[in-house]
Design a protein around this ligand. Structure first.
Ligand code: FAD
Length: 391
């Protein structure tokens, strides 16, 4: 029976797994990433690609200490995107260098207080009419407009770059096509090959819970926060931004993408995605139409086609199901479990993984060149390519 020894076995090829894999290989570890569907997987390709620096969260008041860590993330990503960071992401397409933040209602005082914070001053700039993008250069726009210094990435190109850099290390392995080895330090593939690792790292997003169970563990506990995202495609300008409403969280977040036919797709998140989980397809689309008519009343959306889809955010369980404000790593009984909680946190989470391995005395033992009898993992498609129904 074939026995393959590698340093680290990773489950899951979203941002957490791919970033970690690249950092591990760079640090001299041999590593294998096993993906049960497609690379980029579930949440990562469904994300809006915003490299948050905490601005959105600062709207709700003071940032907690752990959340402050997010302030360093845009800078770290930008270093990678210019080829000067820990990973070379210079080939990743940047959809937008900045986002816009606009208000529709009388929110001037709220915004003034918000911009008084030092963090915000360094990130945000009020724009006068001449600097506004064409979409806002209309007398019908009566709110205030700010430019937010946080980039938005083209996620399919990010996944492609990260997986090309780790090519030959990402494999497709169906969920039931293996079993854990006694002792939990490896797995047996269906055809009999044993894959042993010094450590097993679970970065399978919503799949972590089932994987933990499979390895005989019931913790750490996971929570799912469901979202019902909206997509609108057609003759639309490119827009990346948040519309502020009366509450602390953005009323609506819009990012723009191009589908394979070159059409612009607006991808809508924020409050409608959260409040829309109880709505059906048509009802959610109707809510989306109404929302756009309020936040961008001067734009004509009559020729736009709509679709929606559901996805869960997978995170470590929080009291009251709250959203976590930092990345998560648990290391116990030979398994390491990761949830980045945000795309933006992937670099920090990989640091934490490397430190944990070092603390556990798991050092690189060199590269393994044995043939792994699994097919390569292919890349998954973003939601606007997968949607079957547009109305
Ligand atoms: C709608 C939406 C919008 C978001 N927007 C943003 C944003 O703009 N900015 C931001 O910073 N964050 C955003 N996030 C959060 C961010 O996308 C996630 O925190 C991050 O992508 C999670 O990455 P991950 O690698 O842990 O999980 P995933 O991307 O879900 O990847 C997990 C992978 O594991 C695989 N897998 C599952 N089970 C198994 C198994 N048994 N064996 C092998 N593989 C398995 C899956 O197929 C998948 O490919 C958003 C999330 C959502 C849902």
């Amino acid at each position: 029976m074939a026995r393959i020894q590698t340093d680290i076995i990773l489950f899951g090829g979203g941002i957490a797994g791919l970033w970690a894999l690249n950092r591990l290989l760079q640090s001299g570890y041999s590593a294998v990433l096993l993906e049960s569907a497609g690379l980029g997987g579930v949440q990562t390709l469904s994300s809006q690609g915003i490299i948050h620096g905490g601005t959105k969260y600062a709207l709700s008041g003071a940032l907690s200490d752990s959340a402050k860590a997010i302030g360093a993330m845009p800078g770290r990503w930008r270093a990678c995107l210019t080829g000067h960071g820990e990973l070379d992401l210079s080939a990743v397409r940047i959809s937008a260098e900045h986002q816009y933040l606009w208000s529709t209602e009388g929110l001037a005082s709220k915004l003034a207080g918000f911009f008084a914070g030092k963090l915000m001053q360094s990130r945000m700039r009020a724009l006068d009419a001449a600097e506004a993008p064409a979409l806002f250069q209309t007398q019908d726009f009566r709110g205030r407009l700010y430019r937010l210094d946080e980039p938005v990435l083209d996620i399919p190109s990010l996944i492609e770059v990260l997986s090309v850099q780790a090519r030959h290390r990402c494999f497709h392995l169906a969920e039931q096509a293996w079993e854990p080895l006694p002792g939990g330090k490896g797995i047996r593939l269906q055809e009999g090959t044993e894959l042993h690792g010094q450590s097993i790292v679970l970065c399978a997003g919503a799949g972590n819970e089932a994987l933990l169970r499979r390895f005989g563990r019931s913790t750490p506990a996971m929570q799912l926060r469901p979202l019902h995202m909206l997509m609108a495609r057609g003759r639309l300008p490119l827009l990346y931004g948040h519309c502020l409403g009366a509450s602390a969280n953005p009323r609506l977040t819009i990012t723009s993408h191009r589908d394979e036919e070159g059409r612009v797709v607006w991808y809508l998140g924020g409050q409608p995605a959260e409040s829309g989980v109880t709505r059906g397809f048509e009802e959610q689309i109707e809510a989306g139409r109404r929302e756009l008519a309020v936040v961008l009343p001067w734009v004509d959306f009559t020729a736009v086609e709509w679709s929606s889809f559901r996805v869960d955010r997978a995170e470590p369980e929080q009291p009251g199901g709250k959203r976590p404000d930092s990345s998560f790593l648990d290391a116990a009984e030979g398994l390491i479990t990761l949830w980045p909680t945000k795309l933006a946190f992937a670099p920090l989470l990989a640091d934490r993984l490397l430190t944990t391995l070092e603390d556990q005395g798991i050092a690189p033992r060199g590269s393994d060149t044995a043939h792994i009898p699994l097919p390569p993992a292919a890349q998954a498609a973003p939601p606007w390519e997968r949607a079957q129904r547009w109305i």
